[in-house]
Design a protein around this ligand. Structure first.
Ligand SMILES: [Mn+2]
Length: 323
């Protein structure tokens, strides 16, 4: 079915999520290269700019912020998006008749939008799914494709350290290295090296760190982000730092972003589940990593997030009743 869709398509639009991470850009550029290899005309779109740390990926310089209005698309491939809203304006402002939509994703909260779904919430990254899909379809994994796919694996697993990293994950990584991908290069550039503004953001955030009832949280007003020259919506890993603290069950970072909205990131360790919290707030994600966007003042959003997280920690942390 998918093979048939790819075969008959001429102009393919590929969209990934706003505020893209390594899996988003890795998936976007991998699909771009594979379909281009196959003779297709491909347009890669992300509502936000590609972060500089992923500039080494093939086709990263060809990612546009809007579809090409001069083209008529006959296939839309959506990668790493749990719902249509995650595509932002790239999809909300799409003015053509909607082509066939293929939804390729690994979020447990995926809404199963689109005409064809390739969803595996056991996969650690969307690129892990893409590797299986495209090798099954007989596509050649070139060195460039392998770099894109490995970037998604490395970033979504924080360097193969997260719950859910399976023997298959390691087999895929090994195959990608055989295909020419450089693991230490990817790990260094996509995961470890960061601009000084990231440390400044953590500094500002940690100054306001709060810890109550096993919940660690930080709220960063937009004005504080602008003061240090930070541009972005994610906490650049600060939320992971919070959830890695021994005394902490859940971590939350609230980032005030343009338009008076609040982007919230959640992290936890087993047996806790932040996807359930994010879903209650209109967002989604994975059990251990999730997020949502709220439309209310930072103080109100913080109060709501803190109350919901504390409640979830209490409920989820209770030992199962015996008998
Ligand atoms: Mn992902």
């Amino acid at each position: 079915m998918i093979q048939h869709l790819f075969n008959k398509a001429t102009n393919v639009l590929v969209i990934t999520h706003v505020d893209p991470d390594g899996d988003a850009i890795g998936s976007l550029t991998a699909v771009g290269q594979l379909l281009k290899q196959d003779g297709k005309h491909v347009t890669l779109v992300c509502d936000d700019r590609v972060p500089e740390r992923f500039a080494y990926l093939p086709m990263a310089d060809q990612v546009r912020q809007t579809p090409d209005p001069k083209l008529y698309y006959d296939l839309l491939v959506v990668v790493d998006c749990g719902d249509e809203g995650r595509m932002g304006n790239a999809y909300a402002n799409f003015s053509q008749p909607l082509p066939t939509v293929v939804n390729i994703d690994h979020h447990v909260t995926n809404t199963r939008f689109g005409d064809i779904q390739v969803i595996d919430d056991k996969a650690t990254s969307t690129t892990e799914i893409l590797y299986g899909l495209f090798t099954e379809l007989g596509y050649e994994i070139t060195e460039g494709v392998a770099m894109s796919l490995l970037t998604g694996l490395v970033t979504d697993t924080l360097g193969f350290r997260t719950v859910g990293v399976s023997a298959n994950t390691m087999k895929v990584a090994s195959a990608l290295m055989d295909a020419g991908a450089d693991l230490s290069f990817v790990t260094t550039n996509a995961l470890i090296v960061k601009p000084i503004t990231t440390l400044r953001l953590w500094q500002v955030g940690l100054n306001g760190l709060q810890l109550e009832n096993k919940l660690a949280w930080v709220a960063i007003p937009l004005v504080d982000q602008l003061a240090i020259g930070f541009k972005g919506q994610s906490s650049m890993g600060l939320v992971n730092l919070l959830a890695d603290v021994d005394e902490v069950a859940m971590g939350a970072v609230l980032m005030e972003i343009e338009g008076g909205r609040i982007r919230v990131g959640f992290r936890c360790r087993p047996p806790y589940n932040v996807a359930a919290v994010a879903e209650k707030l209109g967002g989604g994600g994975h059990f251990l990593a999730a997020g949502c966007t709220l439309e209310e003042p930072l103080a109100d959003a913080t109060a709501r997030v803190v109350a919901l997280c504390k409640e979830a920690i209490q409920q989820q942390g209770e030992p199962a009743l015996v008998g």
